[in-house]
Design a protein around this ligand. Structure first.
Ligand code: ATP
Ligand code: MG
Length: 412
């Protein structure tokens, strides 16, 4: 037996000019993420339909609910466009709801086929009457029903009762690629999720200070990357050895500027990687005023070695909101595991709050970090987190032999 899903694409419906390209992207994303399973995907204006073996339906729903560009997913029944068939399907759909305890409902019909003999209201009434006759304990409640029975009359008829939410936003890759600065904290994975929903495919970079930071700390960041990858559809992670850069900074005379210099060095290294991977933007988890280094002046300095735009999707979001997003995307529990952060190792006792831009830029230059930064990037270790690795984090398995590609390979 097969399960049939009705998929509601998100914002791409609003894109008049490049709707076709966006639709292709979303289709491609769904194909990639479900690769290795047997399914059929059909596309009609405003709707996709996926049919898959029952045994894989739970996994498919999970994948679709994490695929940016999808607004919602519903298990649906498809029928021909005879009123009888539609009513029969409506009863079947209501039965599932009644079995799980629903007591009230309403029917909504959308009819894009204007040649259909009943108007929307007439179809809703016919279906509601039949459902009430079959389940006399049910009642109609148009304001706060336990379930809404949806009927869509289009190329065929589709009947469904509940829609699971998708991430909304734009299909991954439709805005090109970004490089996410991923630390082990709470914020940066959330920033990655937010930009994936704006259509950025992501690779990530993690700066470590081994042996001052442990391998466990890096493993934790890899797990975070795998969790972000459930939204991005796979992710490459560059682990950059930054110990020598930090030591070079620490040898400089101005201890109070160490954190700022480190941020600038990270940005310079990120720019090198971003160029190498054809990334159009750099993404961080900074939020205005959250810590001493996240003031407007400090951010101006920190980003100065980069010429690509720096996206900070959390800039206006408070910690509580970030935490609830982190819980929502499944990264919070990993983020709070206690492993040291490379940035706190050499941090000054009295960090600079009001930097003098010109003076500190000159100081950064005087440290002559260019070569040591370049070497650190050349020694970066590339980890590939496949979409299947992300699924594994959530306890799902797809035969990895069928699923070797990640987004990187398609030149987004
Ligand atoms: P997070 O919770 O994301 O670590 P934070 O509130 O701890 O953020 P900072 O430590 O000041 O803030 O870092 C700000 C941003 O700089 C992070 O969100 C991340 O994008 C980037 N960043 C910090 N440390 C690293 C690192 N070791 N590797 C890669 N990126 C980093
Ligand atoms: Mg941090």
């Amino acid at each position: 037996m097969r399960t049939f899903f009705l998929i509601k694409p998100g914002e791409i419906e609003l894109k008049l000019g490049n709707k076709h390209e966006f639709t292709q992207r979303l289709k491609d994303q769904i194909h990639r993420r479900l690769k290795g399973l047997h399914f059929d995907l059909e596309e009609y204006p405003g709707r996709f339909f996926l049919s898959i073996e029952d045994k894989d339906s739970k996994l498919a729903l999970f994948v679709l609910q994490h695929c940016p560009g999808i607004n919602g997913v519903a298990r649906a029944i498809k029928t021909d466009k005879r009123v009888d068939s539609i009513v029969q399907a409506a009863i079947e759909c209501a039965e599932a709801e009644v079995t799980s305890g629903a007591g009230s409902f309403k029917v909504e019909t959308r009819r894009s086929d204007k040649s259909f003999p009943l108007d929307s209201y007439g179809m809703s009434v016919a279906a509601a009457d039949a459902v009430l006759e079959r389940f006399p304990a049910l009642s109609v409640d148009v304001h706060t029903p336990d379930f809404v029975l949806m009927i869509e009359i289009r190329e065929r008829a589709y009947i469904y009762s509940s829609t699971a939410p998708g991430p909304r936003g734009l299909p991954v890759g439709s805005q090109g690629k970004g490089l996410l600065l991923l630390s082990g904290g709470i914020d940066s994975p959330v920033a990655g999720y937010m930009m994936a929903r704006r259509g950025l495919a992501l690779e990530s970079v993690y700066f470590h200070t081994y042996p001052y930071t442990s391998l466990e700390a890096q493993r934790k960041v890899e797990r975070l990357a795998a969790r972000v990858a459930i939204w991005t559809g796979g992710m490459h992670m560059w682990a950059v050895p930054f110990t020598e850069v930090q030591q070079a900074i620490a040898r400089g005379p101005r201890e109070e500027a160490n954190t700022l210099m480190l941020r600038m060095a990270m940005m310079q290294a990120s720019e090198l990687i971003a160029r190498h991977i054809h990334s159009r933007a750099i993404v961080t988890g900074e939020s205005l005023g959250q810590v001493a280094s996240q003031t407007a002046e400090n951010m101006r300095l920190a980003q100065s070695p980069a010429s690509l735009p720096v996206f900070r999707p959390l800039i206006g979001i408070d910690k509580e909101e970030t935490i609830s997003l982190a819980r929502h995307i499944g990264t919070y529990d990993i983020s709070i595991l206690p492993y040291e952060d490379c940035c706190v190792l050499f941090s000054p006792k009295h960090p600079i709050l009001k930097p003098d831009f010109g003076e500190l830029l000159a100081y950064f230059e005087s440290l002559e970090l260019g070569n040591v930064i370049k070497t650190s990037v050349e020694n970066a270790e590339e980890k590939v987190l496949h979409f299947t690795d992300a699924l594994k984090e959530y306890g799902y398995q797809i035969d990895p032999g069928n699923h070797e590609q990640t987004l990187m390979d398609v030149g987004v």
